[in-house]
Ligand binder design. Structure first.
Ligand SMILES: C[S@@+](CC[C@H](N)C(=O)[O-])C[C@H]1O[C@@H](n2cnc3c(N)ncnc32)[C@H](O)[C@@H]1O
Length: 533
């Protein structure tokens, strides 16, 4: 089901979706409870229900620890026929069997223990389930076959996968037609994420695929299980084209452009992509190294441009030249992605990469990969090892200083998930304040009111979750459940009882969070020096 949109030719080329009336910020614009195809990706086949896409990761995984929106569901069980796909309930299994699994089960069983790649499983499902009247719509989507052909490695892969899909599906379509379909899937499929943005699957729907890209989009897509929603991030005028970001749009222009050309075969010409050279935006630019200058040197330097500060005229030291900065950026990403060039464990590699960038003193906190390094430390080092104080201070850094720049709307779903992570970490810290003081001695003098912070954050989240994820979403349900638990605790104490029922602004969250700013300052001092944070 879609709301208030129609499809027509887009100035970007091909077709796009356009609003038929003015749309308010936060309003639901596209709502597709049943996308045509969804499959778990290869890494999540055994952790996701193949029908509703509920994700049940192994214990200890970050999202499960604090944000598990699907906590009350049953465990997943294999289909006893193929023992390849899993389901969370008999109902899900029955529905999936009727819709499509009866056509793939024996093939999966014959191939086991080999498992077909997600993109081939998705293409086969598309061949099995694509209703007659949708084929025309699908065939009209961009395939970029010529673009794939120009990249010999990708073309080989396309041919291999399409051959597999053609053979295993035993479709009446020709191999050539299946190849066209496979290319369309590559260009038009969407990464299916959990409500907390963990990628778990592949989704394809001919209507959702029509939404074109902008690095400064007016809408954002979320999933709740298999259900897909698009909500406005700002007011959208009548007849305005709907846009989402296909990629991580927090990265600088040269990186976004490379990724869009590589994966989607187009050069983005949005306002961010065309104005980055003059930009004072910390996502794009670097701080001038001269201590007396408050200017930025532009992202142009990363494109081989001028290496002098336009305001004070200082020439950048040699390590700040284009190749030097790009090399540092690449090294940082390699560490985030788990492919560092130097040996060492993940934790020390991440800390070292953070320190390298902080010690330059020109790399803004909001310039990637700095935030990604912090996020990786929180998610894959500190939380899994129960290093709560460290997880809390790094989370607070992102919440206070990065998220307002990356996600200016307070109701942006990523910002809401980060706020909920932070609330959960403060809740954890409230049970053991001594650990925080041991890890960060400055915390001793703060006399933090943990209850006030947790309650204030939860109130803020509840105020926005209806437009970030939808008031009936499983994530909203998780938030309300947590709020209920905290409310019970607060009512039990004379000093905190009064907060229940207060409005967000009355609780004093900002003032209380202001107290913990000194922990972030201490973290920065350690990172910029040789101290260990
Ligand atoms: C998911 S499809 C979007 C629907 C597409 N316009 C169509 O008609 O099939 C992605 C493709 O649309 C085009 N596209 C999307 N956003 C674009 C943009 N901002 N500028 C140029 N082309 C864009 C590119 O060809 C890209 O590979």
């Amino acid at each position: 089901m879609t709301h208030n949109v129609n499809s027509r030719p887009s100035p970007h080329g091909g077709t796009g979706l356009f609003s038929v009336c003015k749309i308010a910020p936060g309003e639901l614009v596209v709502d597709i409870p049943e996308p045509l195809v969804v499959v778990p990706d290869d890494g999540h086949l055994k952790e996701c229900c193949s029908r509703c896409m509920v994700w049940k990761p192994e214990d200890g995984v970050f999202s499960r620890w604090m944000l598990d929106p699907y906590r009350d569901g049953q465990l997943l069980s294999f289909c006893t026929g193929c023992r390849v796909v899993k389901y969370c309930s008999k109902d899900c299994q029955r529905v999936d069997w009727k819709l499509v699994h009866k056509l793939e089960c024996s093939m999966f069983k014959t191939l086991s223990p080999r498992i077909l790649p997600g993109s081939v499983r998705a293409t086969i499902r598309m061949l099995f389930t694509g209703p007659g009247d949708m084929w025309d719509q699908i065939r009209r989507l961009e395939s970029h076959e010529a673009g794939f052909k120009r990249k010999s490695e990708r073309w080989q892969m396309v041919n291999l996968m399409a051959k597999g899909a053609h053979g295993y599906s035993r479709t009446m379509l020709s191999e050539e037609e299946v190849r066209g379909l496979y290319c369309r899937l590559m260009i038009n499929s969407i990464t299916l994420v959990t409500p907390t943005f963990d990628p778990v699957g592949i989704a394809f729907d001919p209507v959702a695929s029509l939404i074109n890209h902008s690095c400064d989009p007016n809408s954002v897509m979320t999933f709740d299980g298999r259900s897909l929603s698009v909500r406005a991030l700002r007011e959208i005028a009548k007849d305005e084209e709907l846009t989402i970001s296909y990629i991580d749009n927090t990265t600088p222009t040269h990186r976004r452009q490379d990724e869009l050309i590589e994966r989607y075969f187009f050069k983005c010409a949005c306002t961010r992509c065309t104005s980055y050279a003059e930009s004072q935006d910390p996502r794009e630019a670097f701080a001038c190294p001269s201590p007396s200058c408050d200017s930025w040197f532009s992202g142009e330097i990363a494109d081989g441009g001028d290496d002098t500060c336009k305001k004070c005229g200082v020439t950048m030291p040699p390590q700040f030249n284009t190749p030097g900065l790009l090399a540092m950026e690449d090294q940082g990403w390699a560490v985030v992605n788990g492919t560092p060039t130097l040996p060492g464990d993940k934790s020390s590699n991440l800390i070292n990469a953070l320190k390298t960038l902080y010690m330059l003193k020109v790399w803004p906190l909001q310039h990637q990969p700095l935030p990604a390094l912090h996020q990786e430390l929180i998610q894959n080092v500190y939380i899994p090892t129960s290093a709560w104080p460290q997880a809390l201070v790094h989370s607070l850094t992102l919440y206070l200083l990065v998220d307002p720049v990356f996600y200016p709307q307070r109701y942006h779903p990523v910002r809401i998930v980060h706020a909920f992570t932070l609330a959960s970490l403060f809740l954890q810290a409230s049970g053991d304040p001594v650990s925080l003081q041991q890890a960060f001695p400055r915390a001793k003098k703060l006399e933090l009111d943990y209850g006030k912070i947790v309650w204030g954050l939860l109130c803020e989240i509840v105020a926005h979750v209806g437009v970030s994820h939808g008031s009936k979403s499983s994530f909203a349900e998780t938030v309300r459940r947590k709020m209920g638990e905290v409310e019970n605790d607060l009512r039990g104490s004379e000093t905190t009882r009064k907060w229940v029922g207060m409005r967000v602004g009355e609780i004093g969250l900002e003032e209380e969070l202001g107290k913990v700013r000194c922990l972030i300052d201490g973290l920065f001092m350690d990172l910029k020096s040789n101290g260990v944070p």
